[in-house]
Design a protein around this ligand. Sequence first.
Ligand SMILES: C[S@@+](CC[C@H](N)C(=O)[O-])C[C@H]1O[C@@H](n2cnc3c(N)ncnc32)[C@H](O)[C@@H]1O
Length: 255
Amino acid sequence: MIAGFGRSLCLCAEPKGNMVSRRLKYAVLPYVRHALQAENSSERRLVLDVGCGPGKLADFCSSLTAYDWYGLDLWEHELLQAKEIGSYKSVFQVNLLNGLPFRDNAFHVVVCKEVLMYLPNDRELFREFYRVLRPGGKVFIYNPIAWFPKTYAALKRLGRSVYQASDSVTLDTQSEWRTATRPCRIAYLSFDSLMREIREANFEILDVTAFRLFRNRIRLMARLEDYDWYLNFTQKLAARRPRLATDLMVVGRKV
Ligand SMILES: C[S@@+](CC[C@H](N)C(=O)[O-])C[C@H]1O[C@@H](n2cnc3c(N)ncnc32)[C@H](O)[C@@H]1O
């Protein structure tokens, strides 16, 4: 557990400009912001947001003035939105299949939120995160997990044989990604495989936590999140038993 920020984070409404819904899928935002805020340093700190998408996380953390955010993503439309929010110093168009185009020891923090499930080279990317971090630097990996990833992937493939958006692309092939707007490969890791891969990249694990036990595809589950008792109960249980969760937050340090 990292000193200075707790597991039970309140999902209350944020100040204007930083509004987040009470939904558990957003609980990761205050978690990361508290963690960054708890770092006590007079030095300016550089954060690399890997697969930044439209830049929600950087926007949510924009009140932390000691941090300079750099975002990267594959697609231009995501980068345009990220640029528009004005929370990044720079954004880069990068295909993560080719690793990270940054020098060693360049960043104090790497965040990677809900990206690795689209990529076949997650092992290699953990090593890349390690390489671009300074010694003592921290990585925040937030990724979906599944109990039975292979069964889950098979069900997904079946679903895709019925429906597949025409503008999506399987990134393993590197084919025609410029004309696509979204990735279609989704391969979740299990709790154990995610932890193993992060350890194999040499990170020291500082914290493992989670925020929710169900994805909200089922309407009833989404409705339950209107109730405080459900939010509190689920969040506490997910934090205590992250193996039961649908998404995992792992914080590691480059030693
Ligand atoms: C589910 S979104 C998450 C976005 C952001 N991290 C967030 O949490 O709001 C996944 C992101 O990964 C990006 N992505 C997928 N494959 C990528 C690749 N090969 N290289 C770079 N980015 C990629 C997508 O463009 C998308 O923005």
